[in-house]
Design a protein around this ligand. Structure first.
Ligand code: GLN
Length: 488
């Protein structure tokens, strides 16, 4: 059962071969047993989970009908960046260590309405800042393929939980690669939608012009099913796009003959490890066998994406995180002399080192005299990067390359050098700056038998095409079915 796809779980529930309560119990027991070694979950609450499962079973007991959608009774877990009513929502920070959300994020309420059962809240880098999960106040998540290695970040808890089969599927968020990079490092399929497709309401803000929620799953097919329920217009998010609802599963079965794959020459230069290069090359061969053709494209400004991102994202973060002052939100220092000291001590105690670094950078680049030199320049680069992609998509349907330059690295390997850590997202960040949809799918194994991810990038609103391209590959290969040697 723990290996089942969402479709299989959904069918078993519909056929009453298993109840939602039985399914939730199965996963809760597994979490209890295996989570201590992985630290993927920050919060579980058996009673709350079972109450949701009982409600799902009661809904099904009313007989067939519209109230029994495909996700009714299917369990999932949420990255702890999504506000969940009645549950602790920490965002991986001491600042919010005791915050119990009074309301649900849009994504959470959509999935609740669909009848999904929440298994718990997943560990993450503090305020989603990181690529290794080492910045979490709740301790690092371990990669289930090798517990001496990082799971990636910031959605490392989501990736580890699904890879270790502690949850059939999870939500994640991606500001610069945080769905795709941990998916790659843990051997999963993850999708970051086009900016504006999934509402950010109730998703604790890091960099609002880049943040986007999406599914992390075992397969493209599962991603499609969850995305169809997560996406949709929400008037509470001013950047939510008013579009017709889509069934993201609709194109899965389409053959790939005639597909044009763009290979950006900048993604295949130096900087990528040989094991990753070999696995990506083999995946491209597989695509050629499936009838696709490859064409070289160029993204001449993509080399500027990391520097531009590390101006824009900290700038937005410094503004978004000003609300955590011990008064409106968050941890308050126990002792202080006056109001200023209370603010200073609360923020000094509540935030970790990486978050403080970003707030300092962000405040600096937005300050009078530096705004034009840094922030405005970065915004101009952002536009150039988006234009590069538009040009590339004139000659191809989808872009491919590596998701991460290396397989999962060991704990501590990059944590002393922020720039080395920032480079972990060198292939993913441009996608967020351009607002495009991107995916990572498992495409083999590299050094130390660690998973390698292939990145797919689509044009705006190309989710359905990307899912089709990913699904066809997964019909022809079994990398996505490989399971780490944990627990059994
Ligand atoms: N690793 C990147 C950062 O630290 C991206 C994080 C994310 O996508 N949330 O900013």
């Amino acid at each position: 059962m723990i290996e089942s796809s969402l479709q299989q779980l959904s069918a078993a529930l519909a056929a009453k071969k298993v109840s939602a309560v039985e399914l939730a119990t199965l996963f809760l027991d597994r979490i209890e047993r295996l989570n201590p070694a992985l630290n993927a979950f920050i919060t579980t609450d058996r009673e709350r989970t079972l109450a949701m499962a009982r409600a799902a079973d009661a809904r099904r007991a009313k007989g067939p009908g519209e109230h029994c959608g495909p996700l009714l009774g299917v369990p999932l877990a949420h990255k702890d960046i999504f506000c969940t009513e009645g549950w602790r929502t920490t965002c991986g920070s001491k600042m919010l260590a005791n915050f119990v959300s009074p309301y649900d994020a849009h994504v959470v309420s959509q999935l609740k309405t669909a009848g999904m059962v929440t298994l718990g809240k997943l560990n993450m880098d503090e305020f989603a800042m990181g690529s290794s999960n080492e910045t979490s106040h709740f301790g690092p998540v371990k990669n289930p393929w090798d517990t001496n290695r990082v799971p990636g970040g910031s959605s490392g808890g989501s990736a580890a939980a699904v890879a270790a089969r502690l949850a059939p599927i999870a939500t994640g968020t991606d500001t610069g690669g945080s769905i795709r990079q941990p998916a790659a490092l843990c051997g999963l399929t993850g999708l970051k939608p086009t900016y504006g497709v999934v509402s950010r309401y109730g998703m604790i803000a890091f960099a609002s012009s880049l943040d986007q929620g999406g599914p992390m799953a075992k397969s493209a097919e599962d991603c499609a099913l969850l995305l169809s329920a997560m996406a949709g217009f929400d008037e509470r998010d001013s950047t939510s796009l008013q579009r017709e609802a889509e069934d993201y599963s609709r194109d899965l079965a389409r053959p790939l003959a005639g597909l044009r794959i763009g290979l950006p020459k900048e993604f295949f230069g130096p900087g990528m490890d040989d094991d990753v290069r070999a696995a990506v090359a083999a995946a491209l061969d597989q695509y050629r066998q499936l009838g696709a053709t490859t064409v070289e494209v160029s993204l001449p400004n993509s080399g500027l994406s990391v520097p531009a991102y590390y101006v824009i994202a900290p700038a937005e973060a410094s503004s978004n995180l000003s609300r955590f002052d011990g008064v409106r939100y968050g941890h308050r220092a126990a002792e202080y002399g006056d109001l200023t000291e209370m603010y200073c001590k609360s923020r000094a105690e509540g935030f970790g080192a990486e978050v403080k670094r970003r707030i300092l950078i962000g405040t600096y680049v937005l300050s009078h005299g530096y705004y034009d030199a840094y922030y405005l320049q970065a915004q101009k680069i952002r536009r150039l990067i988006a234009t590069d992609f538009q040009e590339a998509f004139k000659v191809c349907d989808v872009i491919m390359g590596p998701t991460s330059p290396s397989v999962a690295f060991s704990f501590g390997a990059k944590s002393a050098d922020p720039v080395q850590m920032y480079l972990a997202d060198i292939y993913t960040i441009a996608v967020n700056l351009a607002g495009l949809p991107g995916m990572s799918i498992p495409c083999g194994f590299g050094t130390a038998d660690m998973p390698v991810g292939l990145q797919l990038i689509g044009p705006w609103f190309g989710e359905s095409t990307m899912l089709n391209v990913a699904h066809q590959y997964q019909q022809a290969t079994d990398w996505h079915r490989r399971c780490p040697p944990i627990g059994d």
